[in-house]
Design a protein around this ligand. Sequence first.
Ligand code: CS2
Length: 475
Amino acid sequence: MNDRLSNATLSRVAVAKPGYDRAVLRPRIVHLGLGAFFRAHGAVYTEDAGGDWGIVGVSLQRPDQRDRLASQDGLYTVMERDGSGTRARVIGSVLSVLVAPEDPGAVIAAMAAASVVSLTVTEKGYCHNPATGRLDPAHPDIVHDLAHPDAPRSAVGFIVAGLAVRRTAGLKPFAVVTCDNLPANGRLLAGLVRDFAALRDTALADWIAMNVAFPATMVDRIVPEMTPADVKDARAAIGLTDAAPVSHEPFRQWVIEDRFEGAERPAWEKAGAQIVADVAPFEHMKLRLLNGAHSALAYLGYLAGCETIFDAVSDPVLNGFVRRLWDEILPMVPSPPDTDLRRYIEDLLMRFANPTVRHRTWQIAMDGSQKLPQRLLGTIRERLAAGLPIPSLALSVAAWIRYVGGVDEKGQPIDVRDPLAVRLRALAGGDDAVTRVLAVTEIFGTDLPADPAFVGPVTEAYRRLRQYGAQVVAQ
Ligand code: CS2
C-alpha cells in the first residue's frame, strides 16, 4: 500500500490537516526561497488565513526541496516541539515547487499571474553591500542577470523580470513581501529593485517606484534545519512517510507594514499576524535582541564547544554572558507598543533553552559578514555615540573574528560558510588579524575601524580569546 503523504493518502493522516478542499487554492503567492523557515512560518500563516491563497514555492538553487515535495503534492508535516512534547500537523498551502535554474521562464510566468511575491532568500540573497544597503553591481549574479534579464538567477533579477512582464501587459503589479532578517527590509529591497531596474530601463524603474508596494515585515520563529530524526518522528506522528517535515518552536510572530498600495493579500491578520503602520520598533527589538544574541552565542558558543543554542544557554558562563550582552543592547532598543522588553528577554531565554529544538551554533554562525551589521554593529555605533562601554558586544565581534579564522580552540578546522569566507580567513590568519578584518568596509563601514573606542576593546577581547579561550573570557 502507498504510504507516502500525498493528496491520495491525506484522509489517512492521523493528526490535524487541511480542513478545506485543496482544489480551491489558486497560485496567488509566489515564494522565492522555499526553505524550512518559510514552510514553518509564512506558509502556516497563509494556511490559517484561509481563502483561495495557494503558494508556488521557488527554489533558487537546488532541486532537493522540489524533489521531496513534488511526490507529496506539496504536503508536509510541521512539528511544534517543546518540553511538553511534539504536536504535528500537515500543511496544505504549498501547491507546487519550481526550481529556478531548470526553468527561469516558468518562475517569471508564475509571477506574472500572482498577487503577492514573498521571499526568504537569507541576507546574502539580496546581493547588496551590507554596510551601505546598496546593490552590489559587481555581484556575479547581478552581472549575470543584467546580461540575461529573461533568465535571471537572483531574487532581485526575478522580481524585476516579473514586474516588467506585468507592466508590458498593462497589469497592476504584485506586492513584494520580504521576510528576511534585514533592517527596514521593505525599503531596502525597494531600493535594490530600483537600482537593478534602472540599470535595465529607467522607464521600468520609474513605473516600479510609482506602483509597487514593498511592505516591511518582521518575522520570528526558531526553525532548525531538518534532521533524519525529524523524518522518523513525522512518520510516527502522521502514520505516513513524509520526506520533508519541519520542526519548530511553538512561538511565532509576524509583523507586517500596512502598505500594500491596493494590491491584494491573504487575511494574514486572521492567523495572528500584526498589521501595523510602523514595523521599525518590532524589527529593532527582534534583530538586536534575538538575532544579536543568537549570533554572539553562535560564535562564542561554538568556540567553547557548544553544539546548540540550548547547550550554550545551559552553560552558566555563557548564560551569564548573554544576560550581560542584553544589558548592553537593551538601552538602545525602544519598546514597541504594548511590549515589555525585560519580559521579552526572559521569554527569549526560555525559547533558547527549549531542549527539543536543536538549533546548531554552526548553522547560526553562517554568513556572519551579512548578519553582523544589523545584529550587533548598529547597537555598537549607538552606544559609542552615547559614550557607553561595549565589553560584551566587543567580545562578540572578537569571537566572530576568531571563528572566521577557520581554526577552533583545539586546532581543528572550522567549516566557515560565508560569501566572504576565503577573504576573511586570509585576513584573520595573521598577527594583526583584528585590524585587517575590521578594515573590511562592506561590514564595518569606514567609521568603526577608525574609532579607538571600538578597535581597542575588540583587539583586547581577541587577544584574551586566543590566550585563555572562550569559556574563560566569557566569565
Ligand atoms: C538565526 C535565525 O540562523 C540565524 O541566523 O538567528 O534564523 C533565527 O532563528 C530566526 O530569525 C528566529 O526568528
